[in-house]
Design a protein around this ligand. Structure first.
Ligand code: RP5
Length: 164
C-alpha cells in the first residue's frame, strides 16, 4: 500500500461507526489513507502533533469527524494549511445538530468544509477529498467518473416493493 494522502481523524472510537464509511469510500476509489483517533479535548497534544506534522508526512487532505461540541475539525484547520473537511457525527443528545453547528460556524479566516450529519457526510467527505486529489491525478479522476457512472446506473426507473 502506498503512503497515505488522506487522513481520516475522529474524536473518539465511538465515531468510527460513522467515519468507517469515509474509509470504505476511499478504499473503493483506491485512495491511500490512514485512520486515527485524535481528540481535541482528551488528547490535545496528539492533535497538535498530528496537525502540525500532517503536511510534512505527505497528507494532502484531512477528513475530521466529531460529535457534540465538535471542535476537532476547526482546531485541526487552525494548525495546518491542508484542506479540512468536517463530518458532524450524530450525537445522542441533539441528533448531531450540535456537531453540525459547531463545525459549520467557523468564523471567517479558518475554513472547514462541512458535510452532512452522519454517514452521508462521511461518504461525501471522502468523495470530495478524492475530487480534490483527482485534479492532479488523471487515473483517480477516471475512477471517480466510473464510480459516479455506476451510481447512476444503479438507479431503477420505477420503484419496487422490495426494501432497500
Ligand atoms: C466527541 O465526543 C467525539 O467526537 C464523539 O463524537 C463524542 C462522544 O465521545 P465518547 O464519549 O463516545 O468517547 O469528542
Amino acid at each position: 500500500m502506498s503512503a497515505p494522502v488522506v487522513s481520516i481523524i475522529m474524536g473518539s472510537q465511538s465515531d468510527w461507526a460513522t467515519m468507517r464509511h469515509a474509509s470504505l469510500a476511499l478504499e473503493t476509489l483506491g485512495v491511500a489513507h490512514e485512520t486515527r483517533i485524535v481528540s481535541a479535548h482528551r488528547t490535545p497534544q496528539r492533535l497538535y502533533d498530528f496537525a502540525r506534522g500532517a503536511k510534512e508526512r505527505g497528507i494532502k487532505v484531512i477528513i475530521a469527524g466529531a460529535g457534540g461540541a465538535a471542535h476537532l475539525p476547526g482546531m485541526t484547520a487552525s494548525m495546518t494549511p491542508l484542506p479540512v473537511f468536517g463530518v458532524p457525527v450524530e450525537s445522542k443528545a441533539l441528533s448531531g445538530q450540535d456537531s453540525l453547528l459547531s463545525i459549520v460556524q467557523m468564523p471567517a479566516g479558518i475554513p472547514v468544509g462541512t458535510l452532512a450529519i452522519g454517514r452521508a457526510g462521511a461518504v461525501n467527505a471522502a468523495l470530495l477529498a478524492a475530487a480534490v486529489l483527482a485534479l492532479g491525478d488523471d487515473e483517480l479522476a477516471k475512477r471517480l467518473d466510473h464510480w459516479r457512472e455506476s451510481q447512476t446506473n444503479m438507479v431503477a426507473l420505477s420503484p419496487s416493493d422490495e426494501e432497500n
